[in-house]
Ligand binder design. Sequence first.
Ligand SMILES: Cc1cc2nc3c(=O)[nH]c(=O)nc-3n(C[C@H](O)[C@H](O)[C@H](O)COP(=O)(O)O)c2cc1C
Ligand code: SF4
Length: 485
Amino acid sequence: MSTNGEDNKASPSVSPGGSPSVSPGKVRTFTQFAAQWAQAAPERSLVEHPQLGAGPLAQSITVEGKQLPNRFAIHPMEGWDGTEQGAPSEWTLRRWEHFGRSGAALIWGGEAFAVVPEGRANPRQLCRHPQTDNAATLAKLRAAVLKGRAQAGFTDQPFLLGLQLTHSGRFSVPLPGAPAPKPAQRNPLLEQRYPHHATAALISDAELEDLIGAYAATAKLAWNAGFDFVDLKACHGYLVHDLLGAHTRSGPFGGSFNNRTRFLRMLVEAVRAECMGLGIGVRLSAFDCVPHEADPATGIGRPMQHELPWRHSFGVNQQHPERADFSEPRELVRALERMDVRLWNVSAGSPYWCPHVQRPATFPPSDGYLPPRDPLCEVAALFAAAEAVRSAATGITVVSTGATYLQEWLPHVVEAEIARGATDFVGLGRMVLSDPDYPRRLLQENRIDRRLLCRTFSECTSAPRAGLISGCYPLDPDYKNLQGP
Ligand SMILES: Cc1cc2nc3c(=O)[nH]c(=O)nc-3n(C[C@H](O)[C@H](O)[C@H](O)COP(=O)(O)O)c2cc1C
Ligand code: SF4
């Protein structure tokens, strides 16, 4: 386990040109960072002197009828620390309290909450469970956020709170050591990597239809508990995302764009019917790539050998799956806008098959590989995806992903992104695991605390792979004392 700051580790990534790239945490001058950003992200920009609490991050914005005071969103992040019956533990509540304490105006989802126990991605995931007082679970989660906000003096400021609804599909592991995958399509590379996916039956059309009621019932619980919206999670390889890429599935939920998006549209209709007035958002993997593996000679990530056309993903060019194709994601945004869905959180890929895309990092998770190119390229790709979604329709609100990797240079880049209209909110994931006060400090005190910046060590991702609860082992004092991964 590593714990002593970024300087103690070698930066293993490479720039697009193949020369070694420098982690932003080691870049000391604006000129040097600007040169690296220009190489990784020639179409994007940055500002030299961020305005912090007086700049774009502090601009108010009206969303779902509330005037929100800032442009920070907290991304959903689970901790593998719920009870066997899907209720929160003290660790879970502490994390939600931190999300509240951050002062971010938008808390997007909290963490993935499974609509049925068998759809959990791990046996400690929160879920709607027949042996739990589910209303009490949701009331506790919301109360933890309010407690954190009260502690930090935000009681009187408006904010939006959502709950992320999920079914883990092919990555369902509801009981310890007992994966119970429900793939939506046959995917040759994932079946090669996970042989139990190959032997699992595809989730049937009838099973999908049965699940719709579970989504609506969970949304109703959230609505009754005072949540402002639910996120119909459509990212990272889980059920809805798997369906979006199910070009080879037959029947009403596969093949054409209309069929692949049918389940998501049915979820929207069902939630609407059950909870008029509850906001609906979608966290979307807006582009993807073929699963990656470590090159045995170098440890650097590379695409697994794949067939062409590649017909198992959403938002990629089938002949050149290394290239994003935003035409279908944009069409989806417009289709759902017609159904009054206006909240989008734009992510990409999956932590299972392309962590370098989903969670740009200097240091790979235990089951990952060294970054195939400068991770700043992945940050830029995530901002480009947010922009592609945001420009697809008027009247929608977009949250971007992947900013944590920027470290010291985060304000320089994200202020430029908001100013050019690429995104409305800057979503923070790992940064608030290492420093829950990051948004508040930046907005109120016009500073960041370098000692607490996430250095993308990936231990929060590796911990669950080793059966441990997740958190920031290197920098969060309460986790520091635990035996980490
Ligand atoms: C420990 C951990 C748990 C996560 N859990 C979720 C989750 O429950 N739902 C989700 O959509 N994304 C989840 N993510 C992904 C994050 O929301 C986010 O997309 C990712 O960390 C990249 O953002 P960042 O660069 O700001 O960290 C998780 C990430 C981490 C590190
Ligand atoms: S938040 Fe996660 S990636 Fe960041 S320093 Fe902590 S353990 Fe590492």
